[in-house]
Design a protein around this ligand. Structure first.
Ligand SMILES: Nc1ncnc2c1ncn2[C@@H]1O[C@H](COP(=O)(O)OP(=O)(O)OP(=O)(O)O)[C@@H](O)[C@H]1O
Length: 360
């Protein structure tokens, strides 16, 4: 049985259906990431789980306890749910120690020791406990917010874009530290993020939301490699989408014969590859002769961007695709390590590794 269960949850603001019948199961001790375009309902969902608002319809059950059933709802302060908002939302007039201690039960034993311990757990030096929030960096404030949420020993932790104010390096290290921290404490967590890489690396379950509904829920690997549709594919990373004729576990495509992830299909469909599945080897125009079964292309654009660079490759001898008009002369957009990126005009041999995913 799942730890948190949402069934047919609806929430409307005037004419806007922010949530249009959401179902979600979250396992105990797991980490779930919710991603989706701006305005799709992510924050509304967290607010309903936290108890800041009640659903119009539907049930929210946490560890067997009904938190909300339509408008009838357990108040937020009785839910045992920790919330860390995007801006940290610290109390500006309280010291860092009192901010952290705010989450503790009144008269809790060894309060000061526990505050120091929580500060240590989230990687804060105890020297800053006397300071006020405005004397801390954005990253430090986020850690205080997390320590405050952990101080109340929550059953469930809700993180609403908690890393978005941090720069790239700090963001990755904070994410890892927070994941380890919550894991060690056995706290079930839901993270809302705009960053697909963050969702895929942080969570054991990723839920993609669109127009107030989950369009796909699964493991990061399932969603990345077997997205249900083009929108989900492109939301979670770069995707090469091609027309293909499918039969017997293979696709005839503009990139030649490629193994696909289903043996059942026998039709014309769109297939998807992730750019890292297309491997390039430098060659020359002379190297193309006498090898009709191999696939070649010419680099038409190359954009340097540090560790990973973007290149465009125009296919030179593509087998006829099933609907040639759909691909036309569109180059493939690939990302390659910056140290060894082919330059414009170079001829490359292309091979595909792994299987392509067939869209329904
Ligand atoms: N209090 C409110 N009153 C009226 N409309 C609201 C209210 N809160 C949210 N909405 C609307 O509900 C929809 C969902 O909003 P929500 O904040 O949940 O989206 P989101 O996915 O979290 O967006 P973002 O990624 O931009 O934060 C939006 O159309 C929003 O304008």
């Amino acid at each position: 049985m799942s730890f948190l269960e949402l069934t047919d949850v609806h929430k409307r603001y005037g004419p806007v259906a922010a949530l249009a019948g959401v179902d979600l199961s979250v396992a105990s001790g797991s980490r779930t990431a919710i991603v989706g375009p701006s305005g799709c309902g992510k924050t509304t969902l967290l607010r309903l789980i936290a108890g800041f608002e009640a659903p119009d319809r539907g049930r929210i059950v946490l560890d067997g306890e009904v938190l909300a059933n339509g408008g009838a709802a357990v108040p937020a302060y009785r839910r045992g749910i920790g919330v860390v908002a995007q801006d940290g939302a610290l109390f500006p007039h309280l010291s860092i120690a009192d901010n952290i201690g705010f989450g503790m039960a009144r008269g809790e034993d060894k309060r000061s020791e526990r505050i120091v311990e929580l500060a240590y757990i989230v990687g804060l030096d105890k020297a800053i406990l006397k300071r006020r929030p405005h004397e801390l960096s954005g990253g430090q404030q986020q850690r205080v917010a997390l320590a405050r949420a952990m101080a109340m020993k929550p059953r469930l932790m809700l993180l609403d874009e908690p890393f978005s104010a941090l720069d790239t390096g700090l963001r990755a290290s904070m994410r890892k530290a927070v994941a380890e921290l919550l894991e060690a404490a056995g706290i079930t967590t839901i993270l809302v993020t705009h960053d697909q890489a963050e969702a895929l690396s942080f969570a054991s379950q990723v839920a993609v939301m669109r127009d107030g509904l989950f369009s796909q829920v699964g493991t990061p690997r399932e969603l990345y490699l077997q997205p249900k549709d083009r929108m989900i594919a492109e939301f979670l990373g770069d995707a090469i989408i091609l027309p293909a004729k499918i039969a017997d576990g293979f696709a005839s495509s503009p990139l030649g014969r490629i193994a696909v992830d289903t043996r059942e299909r026998r039709d014309v469909a769109r297939i998807m590859l992730r750019p890292e599945q297309v491997l390039l080897k430098r060659t020359s125009r002379e190297g193309m002769s006498g090898t009709p079964e191999m696939l070649f292309g010419e680099v038409t654009e190359s954009e340097f961007a540090g560790s990973m660079c973007t290149i465009a490759v125009r296919l030179l001898n593509s087998p006829d695709p099933p609907d040639a008009a759909a691909i036309g002369n569109t180059p493939l957009i690939l990302r390659k390590p910056g140290m060894d990126t082919p330059v414009v005009g170079e001829i490359v041999r292309l091979t595909v590794s792994g299987k392509a995913h067939v869209f329904a």
